[in-house]
Design a protein around this ligand. Structure first.
Ligand SMILES: Cc1cc2nc3c(=O)[nH]c(=O)nc-3n(C[C@H](O)[C@H](O)[C@H](O)COP(=O)(O)OP(=O)(O)OC[C@H]3O[C@@H](n4cnc5c(N)ncnc54)[C@H](O)[C@@H]3O)c2cc1C
Length: 645
């Protein structure tokens, strides 16, 4: 039995592990939108099985290498190591531990075995379980679909599918459509493929050569990408519906959201994503020397840090001298603690000379008689979120200031541009302007044969959400065109682990910092990657911190003599021996107790071992201590594949 807290309250509520319970404990895998077995590759790295680790990471994710650089890593947010209390030598609580650096570990194996290290054909050969060999014909693809999906899955008949947008959603859809036996054609308005990965995320976080290589693997599967073609201008939406069996719209949210404040329209004010795009394509606009970026999220930092690099490049100055002639200030509604940006962005932004003004909301952009920007008037924001964590800012209008500047960059959200639907897509019902109405599971629109994926389907999120969404859209197209449903078939395996042991001292290893370049070097070379990545020894050390949540102690109640030795030896006090009388009666608890004790009147004199899953570090000391072999370690693994029933 498991409890959320070890506290011995009079009414102790416990969960009885039911079907799927242990699988849910593998929080990193559950949290990943494509269910990458992060635990699996992290443990493989810890044991030096690097190539296997790469294959595990690549399996469900055509953008594994890119994710190794920039993934928002929901797996790390869920990692249980981040909730384990750290105690000092006297057993006093110091802080909670930090999650495993899963993203950096993914990069470590991708650097060795991904397309950044080898030509596309070699990568395809290697991951043949997941993708077909280079531009295979229908038979080869059919054979691979059989191995990669399921023997019963019949490939499609090679119909052509149009995909608008080559971002992670569009290309993931294309990748899976190729696997499923279609011929996907991707239309991209920009001169380069990969969407916001290529024209949003700055090169100092994601090298352009790496993007090109990962995209080349997808092209090598037979996916055709036509760059420089704008749907709505060069080709109409009606043309696509006429010439293709189905259409997936994956155009993302390319427009910068406006603030709706006076002075916003006119020279000197730019959308943040527009600026990033221009810099990425080598056409940076002329910006001033005194710049205010409005926004407090990761995009705002991408914008501010890119501008710092532009200014440094123009003036050939280092961070230390930047402030003398130029300023980049970032104004956010939120206080430092509440800023939505990742801590690493804030830290590295500070290092690069960005000045933060936290807790201010813009009121107006001031202009002189000639219409040039001369400042931004802001007012104090006293609170951003209400008690339910809803966005409900409260301002203090008495506390205002005007920040002098000559350029304002807006990074307060993005909106989609879907005007092309006017010609041939009027049957695509809209939820609100720009956003189509989408069926949650199938991603179908109200128009037959038209599907949506990525940011346009679910609002702006992470790249890995777009990948998952693209894959889901591909499955829906398969069902739509073949009439055969695809179902997710999951398999959970339980494997006893006799003699299970962990690395010595793994529980006290601190998270290994990812080495980064010095601020001066970053600004001297704007395109140089800030993160250097782990070396082998550091990667293995970091990976060895993984608690391996797939492994769990299992207790055999028929052998247990209730000596309490397992609870005594537990270093995190995750096990507690309690009287049955203290357990809150729950519908799923009674059958378990009844099966063991029947209707015995003296239940109160019987005991149960209660386990706090959040604290268990899978050290197996309970197993070693048990005098009657009532505790053993077991590995739980789950995998899923799509089958056509
Ligand atoms: C600055 C920035 C930084 C980010 N950083 C991260 C990060 O670090 N980690 C992370 O996980 N996520 C990050 N994201 C989010 C992530 O990039 C997006 O969620 C993801 O790219 C969305 O994928 P998508 O395929 O839906 O759309 P997009 O990537 O936007 O791709 C859509 C594509 O459609 C094309 N297109 C649009 N209209 C047309 C048309 N009419 N005809 C032809 N083509 C068209 C566009 O040019 C674009 O290439 C960031 C986003 C931004 C803006």
């Amino acid at each position: 039995m498991t409890s959320g807290s070890p506290a011995l309250a009079a009414d102790l509520r416990v969960d009885v592990p039911a079907e799927g319970y242990h699988r849910e404990l593998i929080a990193c895998q559950v949290a990943c939108p494509v269910h990458t077995d992060a635990r699996g590759y992290v443990r493989a790295i810890a044991e030096g099985r690097f190539e296997e680790a790469y294959l595990i990471a690549r399996g469900p994710n055509p953008f594994a290498s890119i994710c190794g650089r920039i993934c928002g890593a929901p797996c790390e947010a869920a990692c249980r190591r981040g909730r384990i209390p750290r105690v000092d030598d006297d057993g006093r609580f110091v802080a909670t531990d930090r999650p495993i650096a899963i993203r950096a570990l993914k990069r470590f194996v991708c650097d060795r075995f991904g397309p950044e290290a080898r030509p596309p054909a070699d990568v395809l050969d290697e991951v043949a379980d997941f993708v077909p060999p280079v531009a295979g014909g229908p038979e080869e693809i059919a054979a691979l679909v059989r191995t990669s999906c399921d023997g019963r899955l019949r490939p499609a008949d090679g119909q052509r599918i149009a995909i608008i947008g080559s971002g992670p959603a569009g290309l993931s859809a294309a990748h899976d459509l190729a696997l499923l036996g279609f011929k996907p054609v991707v239309f991209e308005r920009e001169p380069v493929a990969a969407g916001m990965l290529a024209v949003g995320i700055p090169a100092y976080r994601l090298p352009r050569a790496l993007i090109a290589r990962e995209v080349a693997v997808i092209e090598a599967m037979g996916v055709e990408i036509r760059c420089g073609v704008t749907i709505g201008t060069d080709v109409t939406f009606a043309d696509l519906r006429r010439d293709f069996a189905a259409v997936i719209i994956a155009v993302g949210a390319k427009g910068s959201r406006a603030l709706g404040i006076p002075g916003e329209s006119g020279p000197g004010v730019f959308g943040g994503v527009d600026l990033l795009r221009a810099v990425a394509l080598g056409e940076p606009p002329a910006i001033g020397r005194d710049i205010v970026v409005i926004g407090g999220g990761n995009v705002a930092f991408d914008v501010a840090r890119t501008v710092v690099r532009q200014v440094a490049l123009d003036t050939a100055r280092t961070a230390a001298r930047l402030a003398a002639t130029s300023r980049v200030r970032l104004v956010s509604l939120e206080g430092l603690e509440e800023m939505p940006a990742d801590t690493i962005e804030i830290v590295e932004g500070d290092e690069e000379g960005i000045e933060r003004l936290n807790g201010w909301g813009p009121v107006a952009i001031e202009r002189d008689d000639r219409g040039q920007v001369i400042g931004v008037t802001v007012r104090r924001c006293r609170r951003v979120y209400d008690e339910q964590r809803r966005f409900a800012p409260i301002f203090d209008d008495q506390d205002r200031q005007t920040i002098p500047c000559d350029t304002v960059l807006l990074a307060v959200g993005q909106v989609p541009v879907t005007g092309f639907l006017e010609h041939g897509g009027t049957d695509v019902e809209m939820l609100r302007p720009g956003w189509p109405k989408v069926a949650t599971t199938t991603l179908a629109t109200t128009a037959p044969g038209v599907f949506v994926a990525g940011d346009l389907a679910h609002g702006t999120r992470l790249a890995i959400d777009a990948v998952a969404s693209g894959k889901a859209a591909a499955r829906s197209v398969y069902t739509y065109l073949t009439g055969r449903p695809l179902e997710l078939s999951s398999m959970t395996t339980h494997l006893p682990l006799p003699g299970y042991r962990r690395e010595l001292g793994y529980e006290s290893i601190r998270r290994q910092a990812v080495p980064v370049r010095e601020p001066g070097e970053r600004l001297d070379h704007p395109e140089v990657e800030v993160e250097r990545g782990y070396d082998e020894a550091t990667a293995m050390r970091e990976a060895s911190r993984c608690l391996d949540c797939g492994v769990t102690p299992v207790f055999d109640g028929t052998r247990c003599v209730l000596c309490g030795g397992c609870a005594d030896v537990c270093p995190t006090e995750c096990l507690t021996l309690v009287s049955l009388a203290r357990l809150t009666p729950m519908p799923d608890l009674e059958p378990v107790i009844g099966a063991t004790l029947g209707d015995l009147p003296d239940r109160a004199s019987h005991s149960a071992i209660v386990k706090d899953e959040d604290r268990c570090i899978r050290c197996a000391l309970c197993v070693a201590r048990c005098p009657v072999d009532a505790v053993g370690m077991e590995r739980v693994m789950f995998s899923s594949r799509w089958v056509s029933p």
